[in-house]
Design a protein around this ligand. Structure first.
Ligand code: DON
Length: 429
């Protein structure tokens, strides 16, 4: 069956293979010397299964795709407040290498342009550039699930030709934004851009973000969910440079591109995509990479704002096994919107039962918002001289202190029987 997905991805790649628009990045000779025909697509499922098609063994430099990962490491190491004091989160509407800061705060507008990325590199803890790079190298490798290597030639070229980045770093130092020596921050930045990846590395890095910081292939937690949330947010608004608006409406996945020809795209909770094709459009994004992601999103319904399910799906069935007893059967993920619908439905029905039985035995996941709403519902029923019973065999709702604690059942039949007995006793909530 998995062959169906493989064949589909092979077809998508073949459909775009003939596209030859765009040009290789040529600001350093190493980038202009790559095979322009290299073309690869990798997709990792949430459980870490990777599909690959095209030249997925070809290594290329990660370039600006490094930026979200360094930003994530800065957040992970220092916390959001300290990072926010140095780097903004607003789209800049300028070229990625613009020598600019926010007019009022004098800080880089976001971490996806060079100014913000160099500032983020300076925030990575370490006594020397080597120590900072090592931390960053380990961090990226944790996302990829393998040790990434440095392209020494690209690194040397970045360093030799990086005067514009030097101008940015020294400007930031003059505003007190950079931590430590600007040349050290630049050195870390040049090295991070020169790490080599394949499209499959990018898919694995993407899916680690999609999984809230856990690499599903290695099982290792690389960072926490709050860091991932912030990083993905900035990727949505600033990841594709000036094309961010077009990308979000057409593709709808947090993403980041690099002049090496890579694109990383994340569908939170679901999958990670890595593409490689080195010919770039005028905005610096891989032409075929953008087209492939567009096709995948349209054909597989991957846009993160597509309204795939509504909260009614949470409520599977409502029935009355006995007079005055009403069962509410739920399934899927019980999150705020589903819990809200449930609470409102029970409230609407309150003239029709004495005992409400809430069956969560088919619920896959529940969050704290839904949990506290269910507790609130139980208290609310008691205040109306009614009672709520919970069928929760796996204990997903019950936690210490939950209002449902004393009335948890393993199956609906037990709960119905208990309700009958209570009603026979002339029970009043
Ligand atoms: O800062 C630079 O010039 C490069 N090392 C990174 C550039 C990059 O990938 C920008 N984006 N597309």
């Amino acid at each position: 069956m998995a062959q169906l997905v493989q064949q589909y991805l092979d077809r998508i790649l073949a459909e775009h293979a003939g596209v030859s628009d765009g040009v290789l990045a040529d600001y350093i000779p190493e980038l202009a010397g790559v095979d322009p025909e290299g073309f690869a697509l990798s997709l990792s499922s949430a459980d870490g299964h990777v599909y690959e098609t095209g030249s997925t063994a070809v290594e290329f430099t990660i370039q600006s795709i490094s930026k979200p990962f360094t930003y994530a490491l800065a957040l992970d190491s220092l916390g959001q407040a300290a990072v926010d004091a140095r780097i903004g989160v607003e789209p800049s509407g300028e070229a990625f290498n613009e020598i600019s800061v926010d007019k009022t705060s004098k800080t880089p507008k976001n971490p996806m342009i060079n100014a913000g990325a160099i500032a983020a590199a300076s925030l990575v803890p370490g006594a020397t550039a080597d120590e900072r790079f090592d931390a960053l190298h380990d961090f990226y490798s944790g996302f990829a699930g393998r040790r990434l290597e440095l392209d020494h030639d690209v690194y040397a070229s970045e360093k030799a030709t990086g005067n514009r980045n030097r101008a940015i770093a020294y400007m930031l130092a003059s505003f007190g934004v950079l931590e430590g020596d600007p040349d050290e921050a630049l050195d870390v930045y040049f090295r991070q851009c020169s790490l080599k990846v394949t499209s499959t590395d990018l898919a694995r890095m993407a899916v680690t973000l999609a999984r809230g910081g856990v690499n599903p292939a290695t099982g290792r937690r690389v960072t926490n969910a709050a860091v991932v949330k912030r990083t993905l947010s900035v990727m949505v608004t600033c990841g594709m440079y000036d094309a961010a608006g077009d990308w979000v409406s057409a593709v709808g996945m947090p993403a980041k591109s690099g002049v090496g020809g890579g694109i990383v795209a994340v569908l939170p909770g679901q999958l990670g995509i890595g593409t490689y094709s080195p010919r770039l459009d005028a905005k610096g994004n891989s032409v075929r990479g953008v087209r492939v992601c567009r096709s995948l999103s349209e054909q597989l319904g991957l846009h993160f704002l597509s309204v795939a399910r509504d909260s009614r799906a949470t409520l599977r069935a409502v029935y009355e096994p006995r007079d005055n007893v009403r069962v509410y059967e739920t399934h899927g993920d019980l999150l705020f919107s589903g819990a809200e619908l449930l609470v409102r439905t029970v409230d609407r029905d309150r003239g029709r039962f004495e005992v409400a039985i809430l069956d969560v035995s088919r619920v896959d996941d529940i969050d704290d918002a839904a949990r506290s709403m269910l507790s609130g519902m139980s208290a609310e029923l008691r205040s109306q001289n009614k009672v709520g019973y919970l069928v929760d065999p796996d204990g997903i709702v019950i936690r210490t202190g939950s209002d449902f604690e004393q009335v948890r059942y393993l199956c609906v039949d037990d709960a119905v029987e208990a309700a009958e007995q209570a009603l026979r006793r002339g029970f009043a909530g």
